[in-house]
Design a protein around this ligand. Structure first.
Ligand SMILES: C[S@@+](CC[C@H](N)C(=O)[O-])C[C@H]1O[C@@H](n2cnc3c(N)ncnc32)[C@H](O)[C@@H]1O
Length: 240
């Protein structure tokens, strides 16, 4: 089975800088509760064209913002006028960014939004991300996590065209993440995210997520994998 991750090229045709995602606002509010100071240093892993960093810059003029991504085509679109640094690297392979460690280390916090589900093993990814933090730093992970005690590996493929199997929607359990964080001496907190707006279906791409109203003002987020998204912001902190 040939497995690729090609789906992220759709970010080349989107502009989340002009219309920030709802979860960016939710995450920034949580970060502002944890970090009251005006200046901070942070890295966004899997930053695509820098949309979340752009949003942070609009609210935190003096922060040191760094974006890391594996796709150079996306990094080229990060707005350097906003004084956002970029690092080309693969978070699953520390060797790809070892010469940039001086730039990346000693962060107050690190964000990794909708990225963890790309990998079949979350452990080395989180270990690598934790290396960028200073003492008392926080790693913020956003994505879907399973309340049931099941870890799920997913591969999908468009049925109507020639393509490889795609990765990106693995569904790790809250149980496994908590258990492993405890083993490595980290605290972990899960904060549920509920969306307040409607997202229409993208008819030409069933991998993109959309919402359906399920009554009482609640919305369910799902995609064409028939995957209900139970989304959380996860705060991982090293226990000292
Ligand atoms: C689903 S997108 C999420 C983008 C953005 N963080 C957001 O929440 O809108 C995943 C991003 O991670 C990047 N990515 C994929 N594999 C990666 C890796 N091994 N190391 C670093 N970035 C990676 C992709 O290029 C893409 O920009």
């Amino acid at each position: 089975m040939k497995v690729e991750r090609t789906h992220d090229y759709f970010y080349l045709n989107e502009n989340y800088k002009e219309k920030p995602k709802e979860y960016f606002k939710f995450i920034e509010k949580e970060i502002s509760k944890d970090f009251k100071q005006d200046t901070f240093k942070m890295v966004d892993i899997g930053c695509e064209t820098g949309s979340f960093l752009f949003f942070l810059r609009s609210l935190h003029a003096n922060a040191e913002l760094i974006g890391m991504d594996i796709l150079p085509e996306l990094l080229e679109r990060v707005n350097t006028e906003q004084n956002i640094k970029t690092v080309l690297g693969d978070i699953s392979n520390a060797g790809t960014y070892k010469d940039k460690m001086t730039e990346l280390k000693d962060c107050d916090f690190v964000t990794m939004l909708s990225v963890l589900s790309i990998f079949d093993d979350f452990k080395p990814i989180i270990q690598n991300a934790l290396q960028f933090l200073k003492e008392n730093g926080i790693l913020y992970i956003f994505g879907f996590f399973n309340l049931e005690n099941l870890d799920i590996i997913i591969r999908s493929k468009y049925a109507d065209r020639e393509c490889d199997w795609e990765r990106g929607w693995n569904y790790f359990s809250i149980y496994s993440l908590k258990k492993w964080c405890d083993e490595i001496g980290c605290s972990v907190e899960f904060i549920p995210f509920r969306i307040g707006i409607d997202i229409p279906k993208h008819d030409n791409d069933p991998l993109r997520s959309w919402t359906i109203n399920i009554g009482d003002g609640e919305k369910m987020i799902l995609n064409g994998l028939q995957l209900v998204h139970h989304l959380y912001l996860v705060k991982v902190k090293k226990m000292l």
